[in-house]
Design a protein around this ligand. Structure first.
Ligand SMILES: C[S@@+](CC[C@H](N)C(=O)[O-])C[C@H]1O[C@@H](n2cnc3c(N)ncnc32)[C@H](O)[C@@H]1O
Length: 281
C-alpha cells in the first residue's frame, strides 16, 4: 500500500513464513535449491495444472540472456534488474559478465528473502564495485531511481541503462504497470533499453487458456495475483519506446535457436517478450 504523503512510494513487506512466494516458487521450478517446503508444495500444484511451466520459465531465462547480450553489444554497460527473484545461476550479473566483464548490475526485489539470498550470492560470485542489491518496491519508481542514481552509486543517470522486467510485470496489480513503466521510460536516459516479458493468452488454444486461468486462480489464492495481458495491452505498456524487431513476440520466436524448444507449440504464444529502445534525441 502507498506510504501516506507519497502516493508513488509503497511499504515493503516483512518475511512471511506462512505463505509460498513467487520468488522461491520460480527458483524451485527452475531447478534451484533456495525454497521452502510450502514453495515446493505450491510448485507441485502449479505443475499439476501446467506441466510445461518450468519449460516456460527456462525459456524466459534464455530470452533474458539473449536480451542482455543484445544490449551489451550496443554499448549498454549498466543493467537494472527489477524483480530479480531468488538467485538462479547464471544470475543476471553473470550473464552481463559473460558478454561485458566490466558491466554493472543492480538487483531490486520487494521480497526480503529473495534480497537476502541475492546479497549473499553477489558477495560470493560478484564484484562489490560493479554489482549491488536493493530491497525496494519497483513501483516506487521515482524514489528508487533517486536512490540508485545518487552520486552515480549504482547507476550513472547520464549513461544509458538496460532496465529488466523479467517475469515480473504480470505480478504487479492492474493499474500500476502503466504509471510505473511510463515513469521509468521517462527517467531512463536516451539510448537506454527496456527488456520485458509477459504472460498472455492471445492466439493460445482454449484448453491451454483454461489451464492458465486455473494457474492464475492458484497464485491468487496465495495473495500474489497474476494479470494476463493481450499482445496489444503489453505493447501499449511500451508505447513511448521503439520496439526492436521482431517487436512484441513470443519468447519462443525470439529464441529460435539454438537451445531446447518448448515441449508443446500450443504454449509458444503464452510467453511474450520484447526489447524496446529509447532513441537518442
Ligand atoms: C517470478 S519472479 C521472477 C524472477 C526473475 N526476474 C526471473 O526472471 O527469473 C518475480 C519476482 O518479482 C518480484 N516482485 C513482484 N512485485 C514486485 C515489486 N512491486 N517490486 C519489486 N519486486 C517485485 C517478486 O518478489 C519475485 O521475486
Amino acid at each position: 500500500m502507498p506510504i501516506s504523503g507519497d502516493p508513488h512510494a509503497y511499504r515493503l513487506p516483512t518475511i512471511d513464513l506462512e505463505r509460498p512466494h513467487t520468488s522461491r516458487i520460480s527458483n524451485r521450478l527452475l531447478g534451484g535449491d533456495l525454497h521452502w517446503a510450502i514453495d515446493r508444495h505450491f510448485a507441485d500444484r502449479a505443475t499439476a495444472i501446467l506441466p510445461e511451466l518450468p519449460d516456460l520459465l527456462r525459456l524466459n531465462r534464455r530470452f533474458l540472456a539473449l536480451a542482455i547480450k543484445f544490449c551489451a553489444d550496443r554499448g549498454i554497460e549498466q543493467f537494472l534488474d527489477l524483480g530479480c527473484g531468488t538467485p538462479i545461476r547464471p544470475m543476471t550479473h553473470e550473464l552481463v559478465d559473460n558478454v561485458l566483464p566490466t558491466g554493472r548490475c543492480t538487483y531490486v526485489d520487494i521480497d526480503p528473502v529473495a534480497i537476502a539470498h541475492t546479497q549473499l550470492a553477489v558477495e560470493e560470485h560478484g564484484a562489490p564495485n560493479r554489482h549491488d542489491v536493493l530491497h525496494a518496491d519497483l513501483r516506487s519508481s521515482s524514489r528508487l531511481w533517486q536512490t540508485i542514481t545518487h552520486d552515480d552509486r549504482l547507476i550513472n543517470p547520464h549513461q544509458p541503462v538496460a532496465i529488466i522486467f523479467s517475469d515480473v510485470l504480470h505480478f504487479l496489480p492492474p493499474g500500476t504497470n502503466e504509471r510505473t513503466l511510463a515513469t521509468y521510460t521517462d527517467l531512463m536516459p536516451p539510448g537506454s533499453y527496456l527488456i520485458a516479458t509477459h504472460l498472455s493468452t492471445d492466439g493460445v488454444p482454449a484448453e491451454v487458456v483454461n489451464r492458465l486461468l486455473d494457474l492464475r486462480a492458484l497464485y491468487g489464492s496465495i495473495g500474489q495475483p497474476v494479470t494476463i495481458r493481450s499482445t496489444s495491452e503489453f505493447t501499449e505498456l511500451l508505447s513511448d519506446l521503439q520496439l526492436v524487431a521482431p517487436g512484441v513476440a513470443s519468447a519462443a520466436r525470439w529464441c529460435v535457436s539454438p537451445g531446447p524448444a518448448l515441449a508443446s507449440n500450443a504454449l509458444d504464444k503464452t510467453w511474450l517478450a520484447a526489447i524496446a529502445h529509447k532513441p537518442c534525441r
